[in-house]
Design a protein around this ligand. Structure first.
Ligand code: PNS
Length: 167
C-alpha cells in the first residue's frame, strides 16, 4: 500500500488543489491532504478552518477517501508518522518548479522522502490561493476559482479582520 501526502498551506483550498489531489489519488493507494505551515506566509484562515474547507471540498468532489490532517511540524516527520513514502505537488509552470525544487531536495536530504510532481490542468493554471485572497480582499469575484463555500469563508475572514482593525 502506498501513501502520499499532498502538502500545502491550503489558505484556502482552490480548484487547482482539487485537481492535483485527484491526480495524486490516481497514482497511489492512499492520499492525505496535509495542511501545513509555510514559514514564509501569514495565513488568513486558521488551520482548523482550512482543514474543514478541504474536507468539505473533497467530499463534494467525490474524493471522500482522501484524508485531511494538520501537519503539526516538519512535513518529513509527518510522512514518517503515517508511513507516507512520497509527497505529491502540482506544477502550474516554471515558477512553481523553482519554488518547489529546494523543498523537494531538502525533504529528500532530511529523510529520503521523494517528491512527485504532477502537471495540473492548464485550464486552472491561473488559480493560486494568494490571488484568490487578493481578489476577495478587494471585493472581486472568486467563486468560480474555489470549491463551494470557500469564497464565503474567505470573505468572512476579511470582514472579521476589518472589524478587528476598527476596534
Ligand atoms: O502551499 P505552499 O505554501 O506552497 O506549501 C508549502 C508547505 C506548507 C508544504 C511547506 O512550507 C512545508 O512543508 N511546511 C511544513 C514545515 C516543513 O516541513 N518545512 C520544511 C520544508 S523543506
Amino acid at each position: 500500500m502506498t501513501t502520499a501526502v499532498c502538502p500545502g498551506s491550503f489558505d484556502p483550498i482552490t480548484l487547482g488543489h482539487l485537481d492535483v489531489v485527484r491526480r495524486a489519488r490516481a497514482l497511489v493507494d492512499h492520499v492525505v491532504v496535509g495542511v501545513a505551515r509555510n514559514a514564509g506566509k501569514t495565513a488568513l484562515l486558521p488551520a482548523d478552518a482550512r482543514v474543514d474547507l478541504a474536507r468539505r471540498a473533497l467530499d463534494d468532489a467525490g474524493l471522500a477517501d482522501v484524508r485531511v490532517a494538520v501537519v503539526p511540524g516538519l512535513l518529513v516527520d509527518y510522512c514518517a508518522e503515517i508511513g507516507a513514502t512520497a509527497v505529491v505537488k502540482g506544477l502550474r509552470g516554471g515558477a512553481d518548479f523553482d519554488a518547489e525544487l529546494p523543498m523537494a531536495l531538502m525533504n529528500r536530504h532530511l529523510a529520503g522522502v521523494e517528491t512527485v510532481f504532477v502537471v495540473g490542468d492548464a485550464a486552472l493554471a491561473h488559480i493560486a490561493s494568494s490571488l484568490v485572497k487578493d481578489i476577495a480582499r478587494h471585493g472581486g469575484p472568486v467563486d468560480d476559482l474555489v470549491p463551494p463555500g470557500v469564497g464565503d469563508a474567505v470573505r468572512r475572514a476579511f470582514a472579521e479582520a476589518r472589524e478587528g482593525d476598527r476596534r
